[in-house]
Design a protein around this ligand. Structure first.
Ligand SMILES: Cc1cc2nc3c(=O)[nH]c(=O)nc-3n(C[C@H](O)[C@H](O)[C@H](O)COP(=O)(O)OP(=O)(O)OC[C@H]3O[C@@H](n4cnc5c(N)ncnc54)[C@H](O)[C@@H]3O)c2cc1C
Length: 391
C-alpha cells in the first residue's frame, strides 16, 4: 500500500468517449483533472460496431483519416423478407471509425488540455471524505490513493462506481442487450457507404448489422433473450440466404462481444461531488444501442459543470444537479421515446415487420417513427394495436 500521492479537483474514472470528453472540458475550464483507465491501452478491448455521427459538425473534432475508415451516406433497414429501405442523410450519415484509435485520439485531446492520465489503473474503491472522495487505484498489483473534490464515473456498462455511492438502479442491469461481432475481411456490403440493419428473427428483440469499415466489415448482432447465444445467432446470420452470399468468402480478423445497457437511463445521475455519465448512466439509445455521441455530449456537460463547481468552490448536491438538469432537457425525451419504440418493436412478428417494410415506398430522408407508423397502419390496419401509442 502506498501513501496518498496526489490531490485533484476532478477525477474521471474510465477513458471511453464519455470520460475523455468530460476530462477534456474539465481541464479546459481550469480544473486539475486526472483520467483513470483500467486497460493498459486506451480504446482496448473494442466492444462496438464503430459507427459515429458527424463528430466534426457536432463536436468540432476533425474527422481524422487516422481513425475514419468509412464516410457514410446513410443506412439500409432490411425487413425479414429482404425488403431494403434506404435512409439517406438525417441522423444516419457519419463515419465508421477505428475505435482503438478514435478513443485514444479523444484521450490525447484531453491530455493536450492538461489532463493527467493513468493507464493500467483500476479503481477498486471510492470512499467519502468530508465533502470530497478518496479513490483507491490498483496499478500493476500496487495500491495507490488519490484525493478529489469531484468524481465523474464514466466506467461503462459494467459500472460499479455509481453503485458504490448508492446511485445505480438495478433496473438497467436487467436490460443489457448481448452483442457478438466479427470484424471480417473479404465480405461485401450492399453499398460501401451505407450501414445495413436487419430486423426480425435473425436477432430476437434486437437487430443484426453489417457496417462497412474500409477494407473490412463489422458483422454483428445484439439480442435480448432468445433461444441461443448471441454468437450462435451471429454464426447463423452470416450464412443466412437474405445476405445473398455476400459474406460467403469472408473470414474474421477480430471478435468482439459486450453488452449495451438499453433499459433507459438510471434514475439519478448525480450526488454531492459525484456525476455518472455515458453507458454507466444508461445514456444510450434503447432502440439502436448507439451511445457514442450521447456519451460524448453528456461527458462534455459533466466536465463543464464539474469545472464550474470547482471555480465556485461549491460541489454540493444542489450545485452538481445542474448536470442532470441540462442533460435531461437535451436528451431525456429522446431516450424515453426510444424506450417506447423498442418495446413496440419487440412485440412484432416477422410478418408484421414485413408489413411495415412493405408499407414504405422509396427512400426515406430520416427515421421519422410516427410517419412510418402512420403509413404502416394505413396499409395494414391490424398493426394499429401496436402502433397506436406512436400515432
Ligand atoms: C457490440 C456493441 C456495438 C456497439 N456499436 C455502437 C455503434 O456502432 N455506435 C454507437 O454509437 N454505439 C455503439 N455501441 C455503444 C457504445 O460502444 C457505448 O455507448 C460507448 O462506448 C459508451 O461510452 P462510455 O465512455 O460511456 O463507456 P466505454 O466506452 O465502455 O468506456 C468505459 C471505460 O471505463 C473503463 N473502466 C471500467 N471500469 C473501470 C475501473 N474500475 N477503473 C478504471 N477504468 C475503468 C473501461 O475499461 C472503459 O475503457 C455498441 C455497443 C456494443 C456492446
Amino acid at each position: 500500500m502506498r501513501a496518498l500521492i496526489n490531490s485533484y479537483d476532478v477525477v474521471v474514472i474510465g477513458a471511453g468517449p464519455a470520460g475523455s470528453m468530460a476530462s477534456y472540458n474539465a481541464s479546459k475550464m481550469g480544473a486539475k483533472t486526472l483520467l483513470i483507465e483500467k486497460s493498459q491501452e486506451i480504446g482496448e478491448p473494442v466492444r462496438c460496431a464503430e459507427a459515429v455521427p458527424k463528430i466534426d459538425e457536432l463536436y468540432g473534432i476533425p474527422a481524422d483519416p487516422s481513425f475514419v475508415r468509412t464516410t457514410l451516406d446513410g443506412g439500409y433497414i432490411i425487413a425479414p423478407n429482404g425488403k431494403v429501405i434506404a435512409i439517406r442523410g438525417g441522423k444516419t450519415d457519419g463515419y465508421v471509425v477505428e475505435r482503438k484509435i478514435f478513443d485514444k485520439h479523444l484521450a490525447i485531446r484531453s491530455a493536450n488540455q492538461g489532463t493527467k492520465i493513468a493507464v493500467k489503473s483500476r479503481v477498486t474503491n471510492i470512499e467519502k471524505e468530508g465533502s470530497g472522495y478518496v479513490i483507491t487505484i490498483n496499478h500493476m498489483g500496487e495500491e495507490y490513493k488519490v484525493r478529489t473534490k469531484i468524481v465523474i464515473a464514466a466506467d461503462g456498462v459494467e459500472s460499479s462506481m455509481a453503485e458504490m455511492v448508492g446511485l445505480k438502479s438495478k433496473k438497467n442491469v436487467k436490460e443489457v442487450c448481448s452483442c457478438a461481432e466479427y470484424e471480417m475481411i473479404n465480405g461485401k456490403c450492399i453499398d460501401d457507404k451505407m450501414l445495413e440493419l436487419y430486423f426480425g428473427g435473425v436477432a430476437p428483440q434486437g437487430y443484426a448489422w453489417i457496417f462497412p469499415k474500409g477494407d473490412t466489415v463489422n458483422v454483428g448482432l445484439g439480442i435480448i433473450g432468445g433461444k441461443k447465444s448471441a454468437l450462435e445467432y451471429l454464426d447463423d446470420f452470416i450464412t443466412n440466404p437474405i445476405l445473398e452470399g455476400r459474406l460467403e468468402n469472408a473470414t474474421p480478423v477480430e471478435f468482439k462481444c459486450g453488452g449495451a445497457p438499453v433499459g433507459g437511463p438510471i434514475e439519478k445521475t448525480y450526488a454531492e461531488g459525484f456525476i455518472v455519465v455515458g453507458d454507466a448512466a444508461g445514456q444510450i439509445s434503447p432502440l439502436t444501442g448507439g451511445g457514442i455521441s450521447l456519451s460524448m455530449d453528456c461527458g462534455l456537460i459533466a466536465g463543464e459543470v464539474a469545472a464550474k463547481c470547482i471555480k465556485q468552490n461549491n460541489w454540493s448536491e444542489e450545485a452538481i444537479k445542474e448536470y442532470e438538469t441540462i442533460w435531461h432537457e437535451k436528451y431525456l425525451h429522446l431516450l424515453n421515446n426510444d424506450l417506447k419504440y423498442k418495446s413496440i418493436l419487440q412485440q412484432l412478428t416477422d410478418t408484421e415487420l414485413n408489413a411495415i417494410g412493405d408499407s414504405i415506398e422509396g427512400d426515406l430522408d430520416d427515421v421519422n417513427v410516427p410517419k412510418i407508423a402512420l403509413k404502416a397502419v394505413k396499409k395494414s390496419p391490424s398493426l394499429l394495436k401496436y402502433l397506436k401509442e406512436i400515432l
